[in-house]
Design a protein around this ligand. Structure first.
Ligand code: NIG
Ligand code: FE
Length: 400
């Protein structure tokens, strides 16, 4: 029997590029063959001769591309609840980081946690994203800051893909923070770049990321890492302009970064550089919310410069302990002023683009059949509610 699934009686938000809306078709059907979308259209046009297909009546529900979380740090040890309390008592994220807390405290915990325990915790986090219809998770290293632990994190990330029905894309984030007592230049040249080379050799790196900020690395240091990434033919992305504007966005754009992430402090010249480079702006409302940030990303400028906007959880133990991509969509609307169409594009089409992927993120013939069916009538409902999970079922690689 052919490996075919026919979904009938469904509304489809195609989220495809030429249409600025949802690309909605109602009273539709969709045919999946061998893990890919073969055909979609009106129920009245279902091709003949499909009698031997498995069939699923969606009872009028909404089908979208499965969601993509294009920026996470879900492999990490420990937690930072104490810092949450400290911030509520008035300490800032930067003060905590400069006092040796922040990312560095998670580095200590991650170094101390063995691979099996890291995997168990990360799988729980992956499961809660999968339960919300996520089919693809980007996972960063960056809590090792030494060769051994950076590679350990990336191996755990790759293992998640084997343990669950989910795709994983990795980013090497060795330039996340300066290790305690280290010199930033020495660290980049003698630890971070060798760690990248070792991880690349093991096939663990899909992209190179960094944190360009006063409390992390400057543009010259990041530039040296990006130069090595270019020699190794690995695409780059960057945490930039999160807490201040120090030029990270323009640096990333000069390397044709896949994405520039956070970007609250990016100005119009930064956004013009991103437009020219074709970089996606990854908006992270969970970090904005957690850090009580008041500087919002210039959403109107991203729109007018046609810079695609993605939305992600940034799930990490410090600035964004948020395990819900649906909540990130809601927050991107409420806090940043995205429309529900933009929020859904941000976790489907534009999230795929932020990862440099062309085989997913929209519902169209030839794309992977990574799909989500929701118990909602209209696509805006996905961003409208929060704390509610309307997923009916997820289809991964054509399988229910
Ligand atoms: O994306 N901005 C830098 N990196 C993370 C924070 C990581 C942490 O606080 O542990 C972020 O927000
Ligand atoms: Fe991050």
């Amino acid at each position: 029997m052919p490996n075919r699934l026919l979904i009938t009686n469904v509304s489809i938000a195609k989220m495809d590029e030429p249409d600025d809306g949802y690309g909605l078709i109602t009273h539709a059907a969709l045919l999946i063959q061998d893990g890919k979308i073969e055909w979609l259209g009106s129920v009245s046009d279902i091709p003949a001769g499909l009698g031997d297909s498995e069939e699923l009546d969606a009872c009028g529900r909404l089908l979208t591309p499965a969601l993509i979380d294009c920026h996470t740090h879900i492999v990490h040890g420990g937690n930072r609840a104490r810092e949450f309390e400290m911030r509520l008592e008035g300490a800032s994220y930067e003060e905590i980081a400069r006092a040796g807390g922040g990312i560095i405290s998670t580095v200590t915990a991650t170094r101390e946690t063995d691979e099996a325990a890291l995997l168990q915790d990360a799988l729980k986090r992956a499961d809660s994203l999968i339960d919300e219809g996520v089919s693809l998770i980007e996972i960063k290293s960056g809590y090792g800051l030494d060769v051994e632990t950076e590679l350990k994190m990336l191996r755990v990330a790759r293992t998640i893909e084997r343990e669950r029905s989910v795709r994983v894309v990795t980013s090497f984030l060795g330039a996340h923070a300066v290790p305690k007592g280290a010199d930033a230049d020495f660290y980049i040249d003698k630890v971070c770049i060798p760690a990248l080379e070792a991880a690349h050799k093991e096939g663990l790196v899909d992209a190179v990321d960094g944190f360009c900020e006063g409390i992390a690395f400057d543009t010259v240091q990041m530039g040296r890492l990006f130069e090595r990434a270019r020699q190794l033919d690995i695409p780059v992305k960057l945490h930039a302009e999160q807490l201040s504007n120090i030029g990270g966005t323009k640096l990333a754009a000069s390397y044709n970064a896949l994405s520039v992430d956070h970007v609250e402090y990016a100005d119009k010249t930064d956004i013009a550089a991103m437009a020219k480079a074709g970089s996606v702006a990854v908006l992270l409302p969970g970090a904005f919310y957690t850090l009580h940030e008041t500087q919002k990303p210039l959403v109107e400028a991203f729109r007018s410069e046609s810079v695609p906007m993605a939305v992600a959880t940034d799930w990490n133990p410090g600035s964004s302990p948020m395990g819900s991509l649906l909540l990130a969509m809601n927050m991107s609307c409420t806090l940043f002023g995205l429309t529900p169409v933009e929020a859904l594009a941000g976790t489907t089409r534009n999230a795929a683009r932020a990862l440099g992927l062309k085989d997913c993120g929209i519902v169209a013939p030839g794309k992977r059949a990574d799909l989500a069916i929701w118990d909602v009538l209209e696509p805006a409902e996905l961003s409208y509610r929060f704390g509610v999970n309307p997923l009916h079922r997820r289809i991964f690689g054509g399988r229910l």
